[in-house]
Write a protein that binds this ligand. Structure first.
Ligand SMILES: Cc1cc2nc3c(=O)[nH]c(=O)nc-3n(C[C@H](O)[C@H](O)[C@H](O)COP(=O)(O)O)c2cc1C
Length: 164
């Protein structure tokens, strides 16, 4: 453990660092679910994620739609990198591709140790409309830039009601 301390402004979630090592980073990746994920495996992932992330100052959003994942992780560089390696080894998904990795001063998703956003054929009317509204033709994160992935997650997290 080093002496790095992090303080969060409750309104803006501005990350302030004291101590030398490791700023706050933002990492975005995409992947494909190996089997069509059901509610219980998603809630398994989420249950583990929320506990692990909260202990390590990691926040973010996990979007699952049409068999694909799009996730953003924010937090101390060391912790985010370690988690990304664990996630990359997880057999529940494949084709893990890094879309964005940057150092940031301010968290975009600081309210959630891991928020889940999920949509599909059954639940997707509202989300599909939003995707079109936001200028994304459909949910095709593999065709987007890293920045577009991030904008998408930010818009969805802002507009969609929180469920569970
Ligand atoms: C799409 C996806 C996203 C995940 N996101 C997280 C996460 O944010 N935090 C976390 O601790 N685990 C997450 N996991 C679970 C990890 O991959 C891993 O199973 C968990 O950290 C337990 O690690 P272990 O099996 O090495 O003990 C995710 C898994 C998948 C498939």
């Amino acid at each position: 453990m080093n002496s790095e301390t992090q303080l969060f402004d409750s309104r803006e979630m501005r990350l302030e660092k004291s101590g030398a090592a490791g700023g706050c980073v933002q990492l975005v990746y995409i992947s494909r679910a190996v089997r069509s994920e059901n509610d219980s495996s998603l809630s398994d992932i989420l249950g583990v994620a929320r506990g692990y992330n909260a202990e390590r100052g990691i926040t973010g959003v996990l979007c699952f739609a049409y068999g694909r994942y799009l996730q953003v992780l924010e937090g101390p560089s060391r912790e985010v990198n370690a988690l990304y390696l664990r996630i990359g080894r997880d057999k529940r998904h494949e084709g893990v591709r890094l879309m964005k990795f940057t150092e940031v001063q301010t968290r975009c998703f600081g309210l959630w140790s891991m928020r889940m956003i999920r949509f599909d054929e059954q639940s997707g009317g509202e989300a599909r409309a939003l995707v079109r509204f936001n200028g994304f033709g459909g949910f095709e994160p593999e065709l987007w830039s890293g920045e577009e992935c991030l904008v998408f997650l930010r818009d969805m997290a802002r507009v969609l009601p929180e469920r569970g």
